[in-house]
Design a protein around this ligand. Structure first.
Ligand code: PEP
Ligand code: MN
Length: 332
């Protein structure tokens, strides 16, 4: 529920209304804009009588938010959310590049890729330590040792790191991780989302394989309602009848989510297409469509990668792509 206050409202009156909201059992957030001040009543507002609120002296108007996501809703927070990680500002004026291998494999591998992608302009390093694989016989990631190697690569390169969590029990290992990734397969692991809502770290939330954008926003809402408002949305391709690509990249997710929500949105063209030769064109299209960044798989020896080699760019191909992206971003 959004309550627009009259310009004449005093700080004391505003505080009284906030207390009233709390007595009515909702959490209250305040948005002070250039012209208007809004109060958001968040939670179950079905029992609150709109007309009674409208009758208050300081209230200009009251509107129910129809969408089930409140904190992620742009109505509550008209400005874009920006998330600062190291030197990067995700959701800021220029797109952010996150790059690195699907999986951390060795110290040499992750450190050399980190330096290469940094030289090409990546601002964050990705690398999976806990890998959600379709087959239990496939490489499952170096797990705890993978996180240690990522931290070494962070030291060597100075790049902040992004890595995936698969279970709440792994959280203590993520103390020094800069951005925690929730993978597509865990987008609706609600207990995990609630726990991440209690952390203070940015969360990169990937869209589930067959999830709607509203479901993605509801998963963001789980994290935000727990107190952590630093959520980065990620479109990584969805399941369709098409088999020419690993998934179908839903680029319309960018303008749709931008309209509905203030959260930054990035695109993963690697998992979306599954093919290295398709990554550059979809990466460029994503930036042209207004994405706040990209997460791209890069490997120093794709044919020998332990996971997702077929969709990984070489450091050289990533460098060429990064240069063309700069030109697109500048043109915008
Ligand atoms: C990944 O980023 O390595 C990954 C497993 O992605 P997704 O969850 O999108 O499949
Ligand atoms: Mn991968």
């Amino acid at each position: 529920m959004i309550i627009k206050l009259k310009n004449s409202a005093t700080a004391e009156q505003k505080q009284q209304l906030i207390s009233l909201g709390e007595q009515l059992g909702v959490s209250v957030c305040t948005v002070v804009g250039a012209i208007d001040t809004l109060l958001g009543f968040i939670g179950d507002t079905t029992h609150i009588d709109i007309e009674q609120l409208e009758a208050l002296d300081i209230v200009d108007s009251v509107k129910r938010i129809q969408a089930p996501y409140k904190k992620a809703n742009r109505i509550i927070h008209p400005e874009n959310t920006t998330i600062k990680v190291g030197d990067a500002v995700i959701g800021g004026s220029s797109p952010v590049l996150i790059a690195g291998p699907c999986s951390v494999e060795s110290e040499e591998q992750i450190c050399s890729i980190a330096l290469d992608v940094k030289n090409s302009g990546a601002q964050l390093l990705r690398g999976g330590a806990f890998k959600p694989r379709t087959s239990p016989y496939a490489f499952q990631g170096l797990r705890k040792d993978g996180i240690k190697l990522l931290l070494e690569a962070k030291q060597v390169s100075g790049l902040p790191i992004v890595t995936e969590i698969m279970d709440i029990s792994q959280l203590p290992l993520f103390d020094d991780v800069d951005v925690i990734q929730v993978g597509a397969r865990n987008m609706q692991n609600f207990e995990l989302l609630k726990e991440l809502g209690k952390t203070k770290k940015p969360i990169l939330l990937k869209r589930g394989l067959s999830s709607t954008l509203e479901e993605l926003l509801m998963s963001a809402e789980y994290i935000m309602s727990g107190g952590n408002e630093q959520v980065i949305l990620c479109e990584r391709g969805i399941r369709t009848f098409e088999t020419a690509t690993r998934n179908t990249l839903d680029l319309s997710a960018i303008p749709v989510l931008k309209n509905l929500s203030h959260l930054p949105i990035i695109i993963d063209p690697s998992h979306a297409t599954g093919k290295a030769n398709l990554v550059p064109s979809m990466a460029r299209a994503a930036i042209a469509a207004g994405a706040d960044g990209l997460i791209i798989e890069v490997h120093n020896n794709p044919p020998c990668a332990l996971c997702d080699g077929q969709q990984s760019l070489t450091p050289e191909a990533f460098d060429t792509l990064a240069k063309s992206l700069n030109r697109i971003a500048a043109a915008l």
